[in-house]
Write a protein that binds this ligand. Structure first.
Ligand code: NAD
Length: 256
């Protein structure tokens, strides 16, 4: 049964969600792009505005798109990497990290985000479902022995191995790619065993990450969703708080 769909600023709604978190011995925070929006990092939809609005997301965030237009995709990621490096954690990232420090062993962050703001705020052992935008990796497995080395990569966009032509790509999970197996297995184990899940800033449109909220709920956990807009996984919520992460999380977690 869902207890409430509420303006996050309504004290009763906040109190009920806070009580659910306070009673939990094990909490999973599942975050999405919305938690970093107030740090100035655009959500997926917002990252496709301006210069990039004429492109289909699948052409910018897929292996096929990269193979077809490597420089275009590299440049899009280069711009996003710059934005991540310039950004600072906001009050929502900090509230989660501080909660984790006050209640050791109680909270684990599972994120769909490819930025490093949870880590910079102080969260430990963050489970990263979709990789790390600041990392490079080779596009193809290298047949050479020794294999391509990063040092071989030149200043071209994207850098390319001088020996075999292999391209460097961002270390994120693209559409159609499998999630890192150990991260997904860990996230599913945590979701199925937690007493409460706090879902922050995700549209619930990207699977299998979106399935974690339903998994937690079916396993008996309270599910608190914080989002200023409706999401595709609102049905999984026991507590729906309509509000922005940086305003709601400090209030939700401060006294918990
Ligand atoms: P999404 O872009 O699909 O949805 C963002 C959600 O955040 C929306 O539901 C929106 O209503 C909500 N939101 C916006 N502002 C908010 C705020 N201030 N507080 C709380 N919620 C807010 O994001 P997604 O669900 O994470 O899925 C998109 C995919 O894009 C993910 O796979 C993710 O890896 C990737 N992505 C990551 C980043 C990042 O690392 N910061 C940024 C863009 C996209």
């Amino acid at each position: 049964m869902r207890s409430s769909t509420s303006d996050a600023h309504a004290p009763a709604a906040l109190d009920a969600a806070r009580a659910a978190l306070r009673q939990a011995r094990s909490v999973v925070a599942l975050s999405g792009a919305g938690i970093s929006a107030e740090s100035g990092i655009p959500t997926f939809r917002d990252a496709l505005t301006g210069l990039w609005s004429r492109f289909d997301p699948a052409d910018l965030a897929s292996e096929e798109g990269f193979r077809a237009h490597p420089q275009r995709v590299w440049d899009w990621y280069a711009e996003r990497r710059e934005g991540v490096r310039r950004a600072e954690p906001n009050a929502a990232h900090r509230a989660l990290a501080e909660f984790e420090q006050r209640h050791p062993g109680t909270l684990r962050v599972v994120t769909q985000n490819v930025d490093d703001l949870h880590q910079r705020a102080g969260s430990r052992d963050v489970v990263r479902l979709h990789g790390d935008i600041l990392q490079d990796r080779w596009l193809d497995a290298c047949p050479r022995r020794p294999a391509c080395r990063a040092a071989d990569a030149g200043p071209a966009r994207p850098p390319r191995c001088a020996h075999c032509g292999n391209l460097v790509r961002p270390g994120v999970v693209w559409f159609g790619e499998r999630l890192p197996e150990s991260a997904l297995t860990t996230a599913q184990r945590l979701a199925s065993r937690c007493d409460a899940m706090l879902v922050v800033g995700t549209s619930g449109a990207v699977w299998p990450a979106a399935g974690l909220a339903g998994l937690a709920r079916r396993a008996g956990a309270s599910v608190v969703i914080v989002n200023p807009a409706a999401s595709e996984i609102d049905d999984a919520a026991t507590h729906l708080l309509r509000g922005a992460a940086a305003a709601v999380l400090p209030q939700l977690l401060a006294a918990a």
